[in-house]
Design a protein around this ligand. Structure first.
Ligand code: HEC
Length: 349
């Protein structure tokens, strides 16, 4: 360790504050900005408050009325918009941005967040729910919606056994061929077939649904803002339109759907499916199950991803421990080295 040749200690004088001056004189009363004394100031503030309240009431009710302000604020926002557009055209960035009014009617009601089991970091999908959800899709949604990226083989080991999936596939006839005389033929479905599409093409689907296209549900959870919460809310969100809202013939009011009017009628009611596992089949249970199934269809790698994540965390924790030990081992010589400094004889220099 370093040792100092000479070491001096100085005593620092402790200077206590002097109270000799005595207390400061209290603030003196005198003519202030609001009157000669306290009383006058209070009277001044009272009059000012009453006066501005009366003035504010008068201005907001008789002068700055909505009818008078609306054209002004429109003119202002028009000119700001025009300025923004000019700046955009010129490639300039303005120091402010134009805010656009947000309406829940245009963008859809924001769905609440539901406690999905598989949102918890250590949970996989509820596979019994996926199985029931597939049943709901098959019995209800598949009348209008395709799932062209989901094949029967994808169900194996997820919601069904191989034998069950083969049986499900064989319920439908698929066009195949050509055979050795060049003809197309129908054959029962196999594991490699996708879910059967209800319509041969988009035009047929639109024609059957009043011009609206029932989207393919393979990736629908990924494809919608709000994901599971949105699909679940949408399926159960049907209600009477509020006063003043009229919905066009053939459309249905649903506040969660952007615009509020959806071409899909309510599909899920209590007891439209019969579950074999004894789970209650009310509409919200059906909606939860079909949403879980659609979520799996969108994120089939979900369970594997979480398992990999846990393994990564476990292995990297071990590696971190090991590397801390290794670092301390390698540095121990340097860290425990003792440096001794022997000063020369300064007096003689
Ligand atoms: C009678 C036919 C029909 C049935 C049955 C049906 N849908 Fe639809 N679905 C439609 C149509 C048509 C649309 C397009 C609506 C639109 O664009 O206005 C649609 C749209 C959707 C959308 C997309 C909404 C959006 O944000 O664009 C989802 C999700 C959906 N359906 C889920 C389901 C589910 C889940 C089921 C089964 C429980 C189901 N549908 C049953 C006809 C149907």
């Amino acid at each position: 360790m370093f040792s100092r040749a000479a070491y001096t200690t100085g005593t620092r004088a402790f200077r206590a504050p002097s109270f000799a001056q005595g207390r400061m004189a209290s603030t003196q009363a005198g003519p202030g900005p609001f009157g000669a004394d306290r009383k006058a100031a209070i009277a001044w503030f009272t009059k000012a408050a009453a006066g501005s309240a009366i003035l504010g009431y008068g201005v907001s009710n008789y002068i700055a009325t909505d009818e008078r302000i609306a054209p002004l604020s429109k003119a202002l926002s028009d000119s700001v918009n025009a300025l923004q557009k000019k700046a955009d055209d010129l490639g300039l960035k303005l120091p402010f941005t134009v805010a656009h009014a947000f309406s829940t009617a245009d963008h859809g009601l924001h769905p609440p967040h539901y406690p999905w089991d598989h949102y918890k970091p250590w949970k996989t999908y509820d596979h019994a729910s996926i199985r029931r959800g597939f049943q709901v899709y098959k019995e209800v949604c598949s009348a209008c919606h395709s799932m062209e990226y989901i094949h029967y083989r994808n169900l194996v080991g997820v919601s069904h056994t191989e034998a069950e999936a083969k049986e499900l596939a064989a319920e439908y006839e698929y066009k195949d061929g050509p055979n050795d005389v060049g003809e197309m033929f129908m054959r029962p479905g196999k594991l490699t077939d996708a879910m059967p599409a209800p319509y041969p093409n988009e035009e047929a689907a639109r024609a059957a649904n009043g011009g609206a296209y029932p989207p393919d549900l393979s990736c629908i959870v990924r494809a919608r803002h709000g994901e599971e919460d949105y699909i679940f809310s949408l399926l159960l969100g049907y209600c009477d339109p509020p006063a003043g809202v009229t919905v066009r013939e053939g459309l249905h009011y649903n506040p969660y759907f952007p615009g509020g009017a959806i071409a899909m009628a309510r599909a899920l009611y209590d007891e439209v499916c019969e579950y074999d596992d004894g789970t209650p089949n009310n509409a919200s249970q059906l909606a939860k199950d079909v949403t879980t199934f659609l979520s799996w269809a969108s994120y089939p790698e979900h369970d594997e991803r979480k398992k990999m994540g846990l393994k990564t965390l476990a292995i990297s924790t071990m590696l971190l421990g090991l590397s801390v030990w290794w670092k301390r081992f390698k540095w121990s010589y340097i860290k425990s080295r003792k440096i001794v400094y022997k000063p020369g004889k300064f007096d003689e220099v």
